[in-house]
Design a protein around this ligand. Structure first.
Ligand code: CP
Length: 357
């Protein structure tokens, strides 16, 4: 580790700016040990992850390659600890572990674990670390994955933690798969630079937007446009980071007016599970924040439509079969880049890159 988390108190650690927290999460070669927030990834590591992901995809196409991948980390076990609902993130991490031969355990509902009997998060995670070599966790609590990483660092069995979504705050591995999808989409069209990315929907409470917006600051001359009703417009914390990185951004409530200049439109659903009062979101007019045939007609021929999913009605199903609809491929990309992330976490990057099929 570049810096040891065990040598700083939790209070001091949590007060650090992201840039000063990052060295506590990385291995000596810059690969992630813990994956906790998007700001820990720089361009170099994103490139390494992209190359590794492409390599894993290619190797897995043959039976011999799939067998090789499955043998790689077969001595490790991973705990998938989700105290919030999930389909994609849970299943893609499970699939990623299966691709790499990692055995898994799971808690998907804390009413079935001893947390129901009052056990603390710290004791739960310490229990998992007694049986498993990696903890992949989703929680409604902001910074819980960070806090648990710190708690384990001072235990006798520290293991890496991957944040699979924390509160309204961060979803770093979603941002990784989103970046990978953007890179692949523009690979033969000049790459991911000088692009305009439009975020639309509930940008205030969307953790995927927050994490992706941060990650995009690693790429040259990306303009970010945030389209939302005023009540759900993106938070000032995101805008401050964009300003710090000299990123051009724009806020609007008019989706149609920005589509012609869009390279990618990242749609999101209304996150009403975070409503402070019953029916809060239902009182907001979201009718202009949906993508259908009329919006498709305005999107450039090589523009793409993304969505972290799940969707409700913010993308109409008539869009699904348009070649610019990238959200189903985006979802599958999650399995591949999560495989690469886990392989890198356990130090298997070189073995995979040098595999001779
Ligand atoms: N994108 C995403 O996090 O989906 P799930 O909630 O289904 O995991």
């Amino acid at each position: 580790m570049k810096k040891k988390m065990s040598e700083i108190s939790w209070d001091d650690f949590q007060r650090l700016p992201f840039v000063e927290k990052a060295p506590y999460l990385l291995q000596d070669d810059g690969a992630p040990y813990h994956t906790l927030f998007a700001q820990q990834f720089d361009y170099a590591v994103l490139e390494r992850l992209t190359v590794l992901t492409n390599c894993i995809r290619k190797i897995s196409k043959s039976r011999a390659g799939a067998d090789f991948l499955r043998s790689l980390i077969a001595d490790k076990r991973a705990m998938i600890y989700f105290s919030q609902p999930s389909s994609r993130t849970f299943l893609s991490f499970l699939s990623a572990c299966q691709i790499l031969g990692i055995q898994t355990g799971e808690v998907r509902d804390t009413s079935t674990s001893s947390e129901f009997k009052g056990e603390s998060h710290e004791d739960s995670v310490r229990t998992f670390s007694s049986y498993f070599d990696l903890i992949i966790m989703r929680s409604p609590e902001k910074s819980l994955a960070e806090k648990m990483s710190h708690a384990l660092s001072v235990s006798n069995r520290p293991v890496p933690i991957i944040n699979a979504g924390s509160g309204k705050d961060q979803h770093p591995t979603q941002a990784l798969l989103d970046i990978y999808t953007l890179l692949r989409s523009f690979e033969k069209k000049g790459g991911l630079k000088n692009r305009t990315i439009v975020f639309c929907g509930d940008l205030l409470r969307g953790r995927t937007v927050r994490s992706l917006s941060y990650l995009l600051t690693n790429y040259t001359n990306i303009t970010q446009i945030f389209v939302a009703p005023p009540q759900l417009q993106v938070g000032q914390d995101v805008l401050d980071i964009l300003s710090d990185h000299d990123v051009t951004y724009e806020l609007t409530d008019d989706l149609k007016s920005v589509l012609a200049q869009s390279d990618a439109v990242y749609m999101t659903r209304i996150q009403d599970e975070w409503d402070a009062s019953e029916g809060e979101s239902a009182g907001i007019d979201t009718s202009n924040f949906k993508f259908g045939a009329a919006e498709l007609a305005l999107l450039p021929a090589d523009g793409i439509i993304m969505h972290p999913l799940p969707r409700r009605d913010e993308i109409s199903i008539e869009v699904d079969n348009d070649p610019r609809a990238m959200f189903w491929r985006q979802m599958r990309n999650g399995m591949w880049i999560r495989s690469a992330l886990i392989a890198m976490t356990f130090g298997f990057e070189r073995e995979i890159l040098t595999y001779q099929g």
